[in-house]
Design a protein around this ligand. Structure first.
Ligand SMILES: NC(=O)c1ccc[n+]([C@@H]2O[C@H](COP(=O)([O-])OP(=O)(O)OC[C@H]3O[C@@H](n4cnc5c(N)ncnc54)[C@H](OP(=O)(O)O)[C@@H]3O)[C@@H](O)[C@H]2O)c1
Length: 336
């Protein structure tokens, strides 16, 4: 007997890191699907740094979450009731279902996922939005060539570890930047990166100079701030910077810190280009096919960091900003 649908709703626009009081945990009856609708029991919720941006007022690539609204989030779940011709009870689906335990859907933006092909959380990471970000950002904007040097920041996270592995598969020299010795060990020993720089313990600019003797051809930036400046100081001629994110700046209470070494772009005839994964939505099947092929062949490894418990959402989200996740951070809210 289904009792209630718990939901995390945005209560206030955070200043700095989100606090518990920025959320309202509410409960409402589980809705019944009407004609053309189906009900999804949510199993895994994707936690993404972008969620912090969606909590802010102001113009962005997507509208902010309104005060009082269920927090936006990608999720994977199972159809438990259906009056929709295209979705049957038992189907596993991905959609932007929000931070809640059940979601009603008419099918817009919902895709079926196959748990026999990959474990369900992988559809929130390597075979989902972060994986597509890595694939299209690296290939379409970074344009790496075999033998070139690719550096990625946030390298032990969902996007970063896929970027580095694809670059390795393409025959590039790969250097990751991540926080902490264990993450750096993992990148080199388990994922085959050529080198890793621990930005919490090392001088990043100096370490990049040592690890990239011919300069950086592609810098895939997830972090921004001082790390972006350190990479700018080490560019090769005609380098491409993929501006994917700036997680070091998302909780600033003062203005975002922009790069001061930007004249390096001029000196090196380099470019820095922003990318938004949704622009490649009509090509996701191409990215999915390539990634699934590499996963099946064992050349690409996926890693998820799974935390259990719906009520843990506010604290779990903060792990992204404390660097406490290794791989894709996922909240498991029900048994699969
Ligand atoms: N443009 C797009 O379409 C698009 C799509 C998806 C994601 N993104 C962006 O891609 C980036 C990575 O996202 P993700 O989902 O893969 O997250 P993630 O890397 O799995 O998690 C965030 C990581 O950021 C690092 N970090 C946090 N605060 C930091 C700081 N002050 N300085 C340096 N590193 C810090 C932490 O790793 P350490 O332990 O190494 O510090 C943390 O584990 C984010 O910037 C995100 O917004 C962009």
């Amino acid at each position: 007997m289904i009792a209630a649908n718990r939901q995390f709703r945005l209560a206030a626009r955070p200043v700095g890191l989100p606090k518990r009081t920025d959320w309202n945990l509410t409960e409402e009856p589980v809705p019944e699907p009407g004609d053309g609708e189906f009900l999804v029991k949510i199993l895994y919720i994707s936690l993404d740094p972008a969620m912090r941006g969606w909590m802010n007022e102001g113009r962005s690539y997507i509208a902010p979450v309104g005060i009082g609204e269920v927090m936006r989030a990608g999720a994977v779940g199972r159809v438990v009731a259906s009056k929709h011709a295209g979705f049957a009870v038992g189907d596993h689906v991905y959609g932007v279902f929000g931070v809640q335990e059940y979601a009603l859907s008419k099918g817009g933006g919902v895709t079926k996922v196959d748990p026999r092909l990959a474990p369900l959380p992988v559809y929130l990471g390597t075979l989902g939005m972060p994986g597509m970000t890595a694939y299209f950002g690296l290939l379409e904007i970074g344009k790496p060539k075999s033998g070139q040097t690719v550096v990625v920041s946030g390298a032990a996270g969902a996007v970063g570890m896929v970027v580095g592995q694809i670059a390795r598969i393409l025959g590039c020299r790969v250097v990751g930047i991540a926080g902490g010795a264990e993450k750096c060990r993992y990148l080199v020993a388990e994922l085959g990166f050529d080198a890793a720089v621990d930005y919490k313990a090392q001088d990043v600019r100096k370490a990049l100079r040592e690890h990239c003797p011919n300069g950086i051809d592609v810098f895939f930036d997830n972090v921004g701030g001082d790390i972006l400046d350190a990479a700018l100081a080490n560019l090769a001629r005609h380098a491409r910077i993929v501006l994917c994110g700036a997680v070091s700046q998302y909780n600033n209470t003062t203005a975002i810190k922009g790069p001061s070494n930007y004249l390096s772009l001029l000196i090196n005839r380099a470019s820095m280009t922003g990318m938004v994964v949704f622009d490649y939505a009509d090509r996701y099947s191409e990215g999915f096919k390539a990634m699934a092929g590499w996963l099946a062949a064992g050349t690409l490894r996926s890693r998820e960091d799974i935390v259990t418990g719906f009520g843990e959402f506010p604290e779990t989200l903060l792990k992204l900003f404390a660097g406490e996740n290794l791989g894709k951070l996922v909240l498991q809210v029900a048994d699969a």
